[in-house]
Design a protein around this ligand. Structure first.
Ligand SMILES: NC(=O)c1ccc[n+]([C@@H]2O[C@H](COP(=O)([O-])OP(=O)(O)OC[C@H]3O[C@@H](n4cnc5c(N)ncnc54)[C@H](O)[C@@H]3O)[C@@H](O)[C@H]2O)c1
Length: 245
């Protein structure tokens, strides 16, 4: 039987589509109440969930909006147990094309947001001495992927923050882990050249294009009681592409 997340309150960022949507649906299927946070209203995700969910617009790069979200959840539920930092951008640009604005935006959406989520939600988690941060990084940090220097830097930063934060909050009953997906079939990757996509998954041991649900399942595992002794880890979910070197 799948572990239950009944009674848990979760927030998933970037829940309007793609991997975030699959994570929200999966957490809900395990019994969690899920807050769907995105720049765009997560209406279709809410419809898929069918039961209880709360749609919130949130720009993850805005600290004030994070604090507001934590207040809203405290008022509505009196707790927040699971934070999935999934929202991210991956504009492909060579180092000659990346300007300061693109660098800063990538860092702000992909990395600063994780810090903001911790600052906003740690007090609520500490109140109940239980919490889960699951932060989406990427397997591209270990691959020869062109046009992603800014992105890889941000996703490596996620891993560093996960490691450091895990050390600091373990005594509060809070775990912090990173999930590193493969190139995954989402609206965000739809416009990518086909040869880049197939070239990616053909190098995997499991030779198929990753689906959002492939990523959502391990996230749901990390969110539950069964993963209570796993923290500070970076878990690669990529069909066996990434190699330890
Ligand atoms: N799809 C892949 O191949 C892949 C591979 C490895 C890692 N990832 C990571 O997984 C995550 C999700 O990827 P995806 O492919 O599902 O993305 P996607 O582009 O399909 O969806 C991203 C969602 O995040 C939202 N978003 C973007 N900026 C935001 C902001 N500032 N505030 C709030 N929401 C914002 C968008 O509105 C969108 O709904 C990202 O962090 C990405 O880096 C994706």
């Amino acid at each position: 039987m799948e572990q239950s997340l009944a009674g848990k309150i979760a927030v998933v960022t970037g829940a309007a589509q793609g991997i975030g949507r699959a994570i929200a649906v999966k957490l809900s299927a395990h019994g969690a109440t899920v807050v769907l946070a995105d720049l765009e209203p997560s209406t279709e995700t809410a419809a898929l969930i069918g039961g209880e969910s709360l749609i919130r617009t949130l720009d993850v790069s805005n600290y004030d909006q994070w604090r507001e979200l934590a207040e809203v959840m405290d008022t509505a539920y009196g707790r927040a147990d699971i934070v999935v930092n999934n929202a991210g951008i991956y504009p492909i640009a060579s180092i000659d094309e990346v300007d300061e604005a693109l660098w800063q935006k990538t860092m702000s959406v992909n990395l600063d947001s994780h810090f903001y989520s911790a600052k906003a939600f740690l007090p609520l988690m500490r109140r109940h001495r239980w919490g889960r941060f699951i932060n989406i990084s990427s397997n591209s940090i270990g691959l020869v992927a062109l046009g992603l220097s800014h992105y890889i830097a941000s996703k490596m930063g996620v891993i560093g923050f996960v490691r450091g934060l895990a050390n600091e909050v373990a005594a509060d009953g809070i775990t912090v882990n990173a999930v590193l997906p493969a190139l995954t079939e989402t609206p965000g990757t739809a416009g990518m050249p086909l040869d880049r996509k197939t070239g990616g998954w053909q190098m995997q041991a499991i030779k198929r294009f990753a689906q959002p649900e492939d990523i959502a399942a391990p996230v749901a595992f990390l969110a539950g009681e069964d993963a209570g002794f796993i923290t500070g880890q970076s878990i690669v979910v990529d069909g066996g592409l990434y190699k330890i070197s």
